[in-house]
Design a protein around this ligand. Structure first.
Ligand SMILES: CC(C)(COP(=O)(O)OP(=O)(O)OC[C@H]1O[C@@H](n2cnc3c(N)ncnc32)[C@H](O)[C@@H]1OP(=O)(O)O)[C@@H](O)C(=O)NCCC(=O)NCCS
Length: 329
């Protein structure tokens, strides 16, 4: 009997309308367009406005498009995994809420928190459900409303992040054009370098935690940068080596969009030309779990069946990983 693999059979994305430009940020903090563009590659990012709208709204919009374009009925979905670090609420899970919004009933649903590597972790998790033979259609969505945790008085972080969501459909396939390999890793050394201290069970919300800024995103950018550059390239090269791929064999590198300099350094070490790297950081900034599916969505028309594609990410935790797939359509 042929082994079952998991293939990505559809991609979608959603970004909110409001565009927050570098020039607008100049009004909020001591920064300038030139510094932001040269140090990060970002010119603008999207922000979700509207009372009571959170990551479930972003994810719902992305999954709605995914179901429409793949002709998938809500009742056909067997499971939905939402990668997010900005859940709509503590519980129910954002995945649960997305299912409810779209009439997906009876499917399993849960959130997965692995920061900027969340989408890759969710792909690996969802693929294994498919490979078990018990599930036929699994939706993987990365959704983050980073504007809900960023301090717009902190120039070190507020310039970096945006809101967005992207989703893919995973289905079984006996062909060779499937998700071929993946590596996902973590190391708690990052816990003091990138975190939100408050709002969890250790420091639940109080007037004091708010005054201390515990509910905002903190990052030691320079230290995180060094780990990110090394780890993302290391894992991408490891997955290439163990699948006998060299830079020339790679049709596209789809990297997490945290900083243009990290993307360039990764491509450089993989010996993949920048013309084969998906980059939309200039428009969206870092949307955390959504960066990779948003790139897949925007490049979908360029991918050809059988293309060797490497996904690579690094994020808080630390977490990092790489996925090697052959495009299936
Ligand atoms: C955050 C980041 C863009 C900062 O870039 P950098 O080149 O490391 O810059 P530094 O932190 O060394 O700061 C350089 C100077 O610019 C200043 N600076 C910081 N933010 C600034 C801003 N928005 N505008 C202007 N100046 C700024 C700093 O205060 C520092 O000034 P100093 O030299 O007088 O102290 C970069 O470190 C980064 O991308 N880090 C990794 C992010 C990441 O991958 N996160 C993982 C989660 S996905």
């Amino acid at each position: 009997m042929a082994t079952i693999g998991a293939a990505i059979t559809g991609v979608s994305g959603y970004v909110p309308e409001y565009v927050l430009t570098n020039h607008e940020l100049e009004q909020l903090v001591d920064t300038n367009d030139e510094w932001i563009r040269t140090r990060t590659g970002i010119s603008e990012r999207r922000i979700l406005k509207g009372e009571g709208l959170g990551s479930a709204y972003l994810g719902t919009e992305a999954v709605k498009e995914l179901l429409n374009k793949t002709g998938t009925r809500p009742e056909e979905v067997d499971g939905l995994i939402c990668a997010t670090i900005t859940p709509e609420m503590f519980f129910p899970s954002t995945a649960n809420l997305i299912c409810d919004n779209l009439g997906i009933k009876g499917a399993f649903s849960f959130d997965l928190a692995a920061a900027c590597s969340g989408f890759l972790y969710a792909i690996e998790t969802g693929s294994n459900f498919i490979k078990s033979g018990n599930y036929k259609k699994i939706v993987i969505v990365g959704a983050d409303k980073m504007s809900s945790i960023v301090d717009y008085k902190d120039r070190n972080t507020c310039i970096l992040f945006g809101d967005g969501a992207g989703a893919v459909l995973l289905e079984p396939s006996e062909e060779e054009n499937i998700i071929r390999d993946s590596i996902i890793r973590s190391d708690g050394v990052g816990k003091d370098l990138i975190f939100i201290k408050g709002g969890g069970s250790a420091y639940p919300p109080s007037h004091e935690t708010i005054d201390l800024g515990y509910h905002h995103f903190f990052q030691d950018g320079r230290s995180v940068f060094k780990y990110a550059v090394t780890s993302m390239a290391d894992v991408a090269i490891e997955i290439m080596n163990r699948n006998n791929l060299i830079g020339e064999d790679v049709a596209y590198l789809v990297p997490h969009q945290a900083n243009m300099r990290i993307i360039e350094a990764t491509a450089n070490r993989m010996e993949v030309g920048m013309e084969k790297v998906t980059v939309n950081i200039q428009k969206y900034g870092n949307t955390t779990a959504a960066t990779i599916p948003l790139c897949l969505w925007e490049w979908e028309d360029k991918f050809k069946k059988g293309d060797n594609i490497i996904l690579a990410a690094f994020g808080g935790g630390f977490t990092w990983g790489a996925v090697y797939l052959k495009w299936s359509y």
